[in-house]
Write a protein that binds this ligand. Structure first.
Ligand SMILES: [Zn+2]
Length: 262
């Protein structure tokens, strides 16, 4: 029999950050969700650094743990299932559970209004598998996640110009290194976020604030794991890990003519 897990939990009494980290028991509990994901998407909400977060759920064990964790911490939780072309998986379309956590009930309305699958504009862009979602969808998600407008505009412009944003930031970082310009890990403050430039100050201010909040409201160990998320993200960008994967997938899709996933 198929078990179903909660897709929607509303905000309760949000746990104090010190109690929240204790409840997560990061060091000894077996987690189906990794420690960095728990910190980025749950603890940064209990410190009130973020009002909403987004991550992907791969299986039912993660789903169950995410829903329970959100409930224990007093956070809201909402699953939106989206269908998209997945460049990393052979096959045309996969369903992805995108899990939102939020600390403000007003956010649930915004999340509710997101189109659950690809929106019609995407159909026109479907050959550009790198875009994955339409710029309009991306803008909505960015507003829920409170990304800065400079970074969102640049990302949207990339998508309309059929530029792969992951490749754009990879090239920018390489150029900044070559010219000895500052590349700031704080600007790469959550995973998969692509700043408008390698030293975007708006993004970096968030990266610094999040780290300080964790340090002041919880402890150094948790703040250091968060620092590691930023450094790892920048390293992945510098190595071109993300866009190179996409690139090989594009070539593979490019050999298939007339495919239709709808
Ligand atoms: Zn920016």
């Amino acid at each position: 029999m198929k078990t179903t897990y909660p897709t929607e939990i509303s905000v309760g009494k949000i746990l104090d950050p010190k109690k929240a980290v204790k409840s997560l028991n990061l060091s000894s509990r077996d987690h189906y969700i990794s420690k960095p994901i728990l910190i980025e998407n749950f603890l940064l909400l209990t410190t009130q650094s973020r009002t909403a977060a987004l991550f992907y759920i791969d299986n039912e064990k993660q789903h169950k743990e995410a829903a329970k964790t959100a409930k224990d911490l007093g956070l809201g939780f909402k699953i939106k299932t989206a269908t998209r072309l997945h460049p990393f998986i052979d096959g045309f379309a996969v369903k992805l559970d995108r899990a939102f956590t939020f600390s403000d009930d007003k956010k649930i309305d915004e999340i509710e209004n997101l189109h659950p699958t690809l929106d019609p504009e995407y159909i026109n862009l479907r050959l550009d598998v790198l875009s994955q979602f339409s710029p309009i969808f991306h803008k909505k998600v960015s507003s829920i996640l409170e990304y800065d407008s400079c970074c969102v505009s640049t990302f949207t412009r990339d998508m309309y110009s059929m530029v792969n944003p992951d490749e754009r930031i990879f090239r920018q970082v390489a150029l900044y290194r070559e010219k000895n310009r500052e590349v700031n890990p704080d600007s790469f403050y959550v995973r998969e976020f692509i700043p408008c430039k390698p030293n975007c100050e708006n993004a970096a201010a968030k990266g610094r604030k999040f780290e300080n909040d964790l340090r002041n409201q919880i402890d150094d160990a948790v703040a250091d794991v968060y620092r590691g998320i930023k450094l790892d993200h920048l390293k992945d960008v510098e190595l071109g890990k993300i866009f190179k994967k996409c690139d090989s997938a594009t070539r593979r899709y490019g050999m298939i003519s007339g495919f239709d996933v709808f």
